[in-house]
Design a protein around this ligand. Structure first.
Ligand code: GDP
Ligand code: MN
Length: 373
């Protein structure tokens, strides 16, 4: 184990700068939100926060997707929340991207969903949630409203940015050869994906896909804090053929800034086809977060990932607070007395963490990076 001598994945900017105004080149990018009509209030809150903290200065268009038609009221409220600084469009999702594929045994799926519901597996009893996870895993990037874009920022209802973003994250990703960006990495609930890791690792062996440093990190159990180890160890099915255990670290995909060409690649498509044929989106409750994460771990180099460590972010009951806490810095092996990390200074611009919400002080991926990079 070597400790990093420097932060190998620093923020693109620290502190504030005058936002680049609409006179410089934009990336080919869009803000994207999947939502139900009943999510209108949460969608408005997210849009207001993103516009205020970022997009009023950058003017990226919004694309809203729904498996049903958006109601007039949803469109009216959201359009007004976006305001005059960005374009908005609303689209529905066709049946070939949302719903059981024909090879799924629907009786078996219903039974599995009921079983998982009685075992209190999060959202596993909701059929629509399974369709949603499958759509976000293997279809969004082919939706006609998104095919003309390269980059996307995934936004969910009820999120909040707690720092201003005064640079263009898409352009920065591009300039730094980044492919996939995240703010929070945490431990997946093992019960939702009992066979996912084994299926992917068998595929990796069969296809002779070389082992990346991220993949290695994801099967290193030694870093996991004890309570987490106790929590994941029973999930023995998440071992690969050599007995390595996935440590359940994954990127929380409700925030993603990424290059859709990754998902559109032959390699990712083949991997998704394999998972889709398997049926685990229905017979288990595979989420798009572990699917994206393990695919990125298998197919991308560590340098192609970016932790938006300067982007404070809140969703439901968790937040990432954009300063380097002492623990964070300690885990990266670089807590220097008197440094800004030690003093707990903010990394981002005008950050205001939400005091009522639990802070993820250190993402599990930071922990992984400090182990392997
Ligand atoms: P969680 O983040 O996993 O707790 O799940 P959410 O309830 O936040 O759903 C994740 C995302 O999928 C959100 O953007 C939801 O609006 C969206 N979503 C979930 N279920 C459906 C659905 O049945 N239809 C549509 N259109 N969107 C959905
Ligand atoms: Mn959510």
């Amino acid at each position: 184990i070597t400790r990093p001598s420097a932060n190998l994945d620093p923020p693109f900017y620290t502190g504030c700068q005058t936002p680049i105004l609409n006179t410089t080149a934009r990336a080919n990018a869009t803000m994207m939100m999947l939502a139900r009509n009943s999510d209108a209030g949460g969608a408005v809150a997210s849009v207001k926060s993103i516009q205020e903290q970022f997009n009023d200065n950058f003017h990226y268009p919004w694309v809203f997707l729904n498996d049903e038609h958006f109601s007039g009221e949803f469109m009216k409220e959201v359009t007004s929340a976006v305001g005059g600084n960005a374009e908005v469009s609303f689209h529905s999702i066709s049946k070939d991207m949302w719903g059981f594929p024909e090879w799924i045994d629907q009786e078996r799926a219903q039974k599995a969903m009921h079983g998982m519901e009685s075992r209190k597996i999060y959202n596993a009893g909701k059929e629509s949630y399974h369709h949603m996870c499958r759509f976000q895993s293997g279809f969004f990037y082919d939706h006609p409203a998104l095919t003309s874009y390269k980059w996307y920022w995934r936004v969910e209802p009820d999120i909040q940015l707690t720092c201003a973003i005064t640079y263009d994250p898409f352009v920065s990703m591009d300039l730094n050869n980044k492919v996939y960006g995240y703010t929070i990495a945490l431990w997946e609930l093992g019960k939702t994906v009992p066979s996912l890791f084994r299926k992917l690792s068998d595929y990796k062996l069969r296809k002779h896909i070389p082992t990346t440093t991220i993949w290695t990190a994801m099967v290193d159990p030694s870093w996991a804090p004890l309570p987490i180890r106790r929590f994941i160890l029973p999930w023995l099915r998440n071992r690969d053929a050599r007995g390595n255990l996935w440590n359940m670290c994954h990127f929380w995909s409700n925030f993603e800034i990424a290059d859709m060409d990754f998902f559109r690649s032959r390699e990712y498509r083949e991997l998704f086809q394999l998972l889709d044929q398997d049926g685990g989106f229905y017979y288990e409750r595979w989420g798009d977060a572990p699917v994206h994460s393990l695919a990125a771990a298998m197919l991308l180099k560590a340098e192609q990932l970016h932790h938006f460590s300067d982007v404070g972010y809140v969703h439901s009951s968790l937040q990432y607070c954009a300063y380097e806490s002492k623990r964070d810095a300690f885990e990266r092996g670089r807590l220097v007395p008197g440094s800004k990390e030690e003093r707990g200074e903010m990394l981002g611009c005008n950050c205001k963490c939400d005091e009522g919400i639990e802070i993820i002080g250190s993402t599990c991926f930071n922990r992984i990076r400090s182990t392997v990079m």
